[in-house]
Design a protein around this ligand. Sequence first.
Ligand SMILES: Cc1cc2nc3c(=O)[nH]c(=O)nc-3n(C[C@H](O)[C@H](O)[C@H](O)COP(=O)(O)OP(=O)(O)OC[C@H]3O[C@@H](n4cnc5c(N)ncnc54)[C@H](O)[C@@H]3O)c2cc1C
Length: 388
Amino acid sequence: MDFELNEQQQAVFDMAVGFGQDAIAPHAASWEEEGTIPRAFLVQAGELGLAGMVVDPEAGGSGLTRLEASLAIEGLAMACPSVSAFISIHNMVAWMIDRFGDQALKDRYLADLCSFQKVASYCLTEPGSGSDAAAMKTRADVTNEGFALSGSKSFISGGGYSDLYVVMARDGEVLASNADTPAAKAVSAFLMDDGSDGLSFGAPEKKMGWRAQPTAQVQMDGVKIAKGQRLGEAGRGFVYAMMGLDGGRINIAAAALGAAQTALNKAVEYAGERRAFGQSLDQFQSVQFKLADMETQLQASRIFLRQAAWKLDQRASDATAHCAMVKRFVTDSAFEVANQALQIHGGYGYLEDYGLEKIVRDLRVHQILEGTNEIMRLIVARHLLDRG
Ligand SMILES: Cc1cc2nc3c(=O)[nH]c(=O)nc-3n(C[C@H](O)[C@H](O)[C@H](O)COP(=O)(O)OP(=O)(O)OC[C@H]3O[C@@H](n4cnc5c(N)ncnc54)[C@H](O)[C@@H]3O)c2cc1C
């Protein structure tokens, strides 16, 4: 067993750290203030292969492993977890099209998505159903041309900003063949273009963190969808959405880890400089112990995360449970580390200029989205108990 990154993995990580420090870090505060990520920056990220990281190179992707992609997300998040996670969500949709789409959908979308000429959003959550996602109400009624989508999706990252939305909806065709189809098996995934008639967006949400990314409700009122825009098989949309989230959760954890590492680095530096009671903070054993615990949390997170990404690459039978465990463990640990780093900074940690309060605000949502950390425990417990 070799715990070192190989040359390619290290190169991906170093590239992402460097790009993050050059192209994101100087702007992270102003993008947060403006509530949006410039398109030109995304195109630059696309040129570095960060837009279709795990998509087949033949379709324009970078063909990275999940482990390599997680290293890229971790490296970018050292500059800003919000921007890094936005890139992750787009990559999740690109992967879903590559994995489940037919050739016509791949030809239509992947080149643009893999270069960030187009940006994609993932639409599962609804106002009345978050954790219990299969209880969704959005429906795809059958029409002569294909389908008509009606319903609302809430909290959509990139809502009103993206060019393409993958929408999970109750498929009228499936329900027509069997009205008693269980909720999750009645869901299909549909690709909806921005600008479609009947598509509108709620006002941008005002959020605690992740402010650089626009988040809004996506509202559909009979949006016409051609038959060929249904992704993959009818009734498999919920499975596709969950499979997308396996990789998504690895990346949400990786983004939290990268940002928490930045918080720890800042805390170590600050503890060496700031003096109290005649000595620097890092001379107090209680501060040393705190730093030691933070370092241990991040080392444990890193190794656990990389193992889960490797399991996903191997398509291991327990990969989904590991993705859930890692999402829960790493995002909780990272939030705690960031919060402790803020504490070590005292009052200065609470000020915008020191960069700590943004990391704490940004990382809070990593414990909530792509499945709350309670739902992650549910997935792990199910896996554990099923096996017994
Ligand atoms: C900034 C942001 C961006 C987001 N981006 C997207 C996006 O791009 N696409 C998308 O589809 N969604 C997105 N989401 C939605 C996110 O995934 C949901 O908010 C999340 O899944 C939780 O759903 P909910 O908010 O409806 O909470 P609920 O499901 O109502 O849960 C409320 C509380 O109850 C707990 N709970 C629920 N069920 C159980 C249970 N069985 N056992 C124990 N506890 C339980 C939850 O853990 C939580 O603490 C985003 C959310 C935010 C905040």
